[in-house]
Design a protein around this ligand. Structure first.
Ligand SMILES: Cc1cc2nc3c(=O)[nH]c(=O)nc-3n(C[C@H](O)[C@H](O)[C@H](O)COP(=O)(O)OP(=O)(O)OC[C@H]3O[C@@H](n4cnc5c(N)ncnc54)[C@H](O)[C@@H]3O)c2cc1C
Length: 320
């Protein structure tokens, strides 16, 4: 029988899968089309390529910094150079900014090499059968494993596993805030000589110039826009099929940068319902030894790639 079924192929899921696979058999499953979770990349056509979640990694922790350096040497990560403008004038603006060579899910793909993975598989129910777990998926797939690891954001975890969650975890009452992202493309005008802009604005929070990541040569200028928390909260439940909402964010960007509207050739909106948990919990991860149920993810310790990685790393230590 399989040792571990792992739910979620984001940073936490791929990290725990990579670490456990050294000793155990693992199978990772995700409801999405591909790996990465909130660190995934959207490619619509050949040259329309956006990091619509994670923009960059900024290692602070010693262990994660060492791991990041290894990935720089292996040409998985590289520095995102250029000019990063911050209209909030935050002190940390000069921190090291690492991105994937091809896309920001490169770190996840690297960790999942050689690991059994299945996508488009949404967990609907889990049952502990005393000696093993039975995991049921929307597509009728059924998996049995000795241990189960769940890495989805807290509200999604609660929806599938509430019955098995320790009261210490349930009492945490973690709340996750939304974020709305719009990906846009302009026809071949000269791009702004800027890599990213942090705005001090009620609607638009941040814009990333995808061309400045130097992954492809294109006549199209690509930008990923992230809305402010307040605006995202106001619109997260009504942005689908609502052109007005998409346009409001795009128009704001055009107004703030001076780029002409007639140059716009493409736009696509994406809503992240469970984007950030700003309040850290007192745990880094959770391991229920009796039932062999493990939990990890950035919702334990803060909305950063580094924290998702550290949470998984901590879970692995507990399993040992
Ligand atoms: C817009 C945005 C920008 C960000 N920018 C940055 C940044 O610049 N730098 C940074 O360090 N961090 C950033 N973050 C935070 C970063 O994305 C997260 O900290 C990190 O990716 C979380 O990884 P995770 O593995 O814990 O969770 P996730 O990436 O959310 O992975 C959970 C996975 O579980 C899957 N899943 C959920 N429910 C089910 C189910 N029922 N069945 C099967 N699968 C399921 C999901 O599809 C997902 O793939 C950003 C986040 C967002 C949303």
């Amino acid at each position: 029988m399989l040792d571990f079924c792992i739910i979620g192929s984001g940073v936490a899921g791929s990290t725990i899968a990579h670490l456990l696979s050294k000793k155990y058999s693992v199978h990772i499953l995700d409801k999405a089309r591909g790996p990465g979770g909130r660190a995934s990349n959207k490619r619509f056509k050949k040259d329309l390529n956006f990091d619509h979640g994670v923009q960059y990694i900024s290692p602070k922790d010693k262990k994660f910094l060492k791991f990041s350096k290894k990935l720089i040497q292996a040409k998985i990560l590289k520095e995102w150079t250029g000019s990063h403008i911050d209209f909030n004038f935050e002190k940390k603006k000069n921190s090291l900014k690492l991105i994937g060579h091809k896309a920001n899910n490169d770190l996840v793909k690297y960790q999942l090499k050689g690991i059994k993975k299945t996508f488009l598989s949404k967990v609907t129910k889990i049952n502990f059968k005393g000696k093993f777990w039975e995991v049921l998926f929307e597509n009728k797939l059924k998996i049995q494993s000795k241990g189960l690891i769940i890495t989805c954001p807290f509200p999604q975890l609660k929806a599938i596993a509430k019955k098995y969650l320790n009261s210490k975890i349930l009492r945490l009452g973690v709340k996750m805030e939304p974020n709305i992202t719009v990906m846009i493309a302009f026809k071949n005008n000269k791009t702004l000589p800027i890599s990213s802009i942090k705005f001090n604005d009620k609607i638009l929070s941040w814009a990333a110039n995808e061309n400045s990541k130097k992954r492809f040569i294109s006549n199209t200028n690509l930008w990923t826009l992230q809305a402010s928390l307040a605006w995202s909260k106001k619109n997260i439940n009504k942005y689908k099929n609502n052109k007005k909402i998409e346009d409001e964010l795009v128009m704001r960007f055009l107004k703030l940068t001076g780029i002409k509207k007639n140059k716009l050739i493409y736009k696509r909106i994406h809503g992240w319902k469970y984007s950030y948990n700003y309040r850290k919990t007192k745990f880094l991860s959770f391991w229920d030894k009796k039932n062999r149920l493990g939990l990890c993810g950035d919702w334990f310790n803060g909305p950063k790639v580094e924290n998702a990685w550290l949470s998984a790393y901590n879970l692995k230590k507990q399993i040992r």
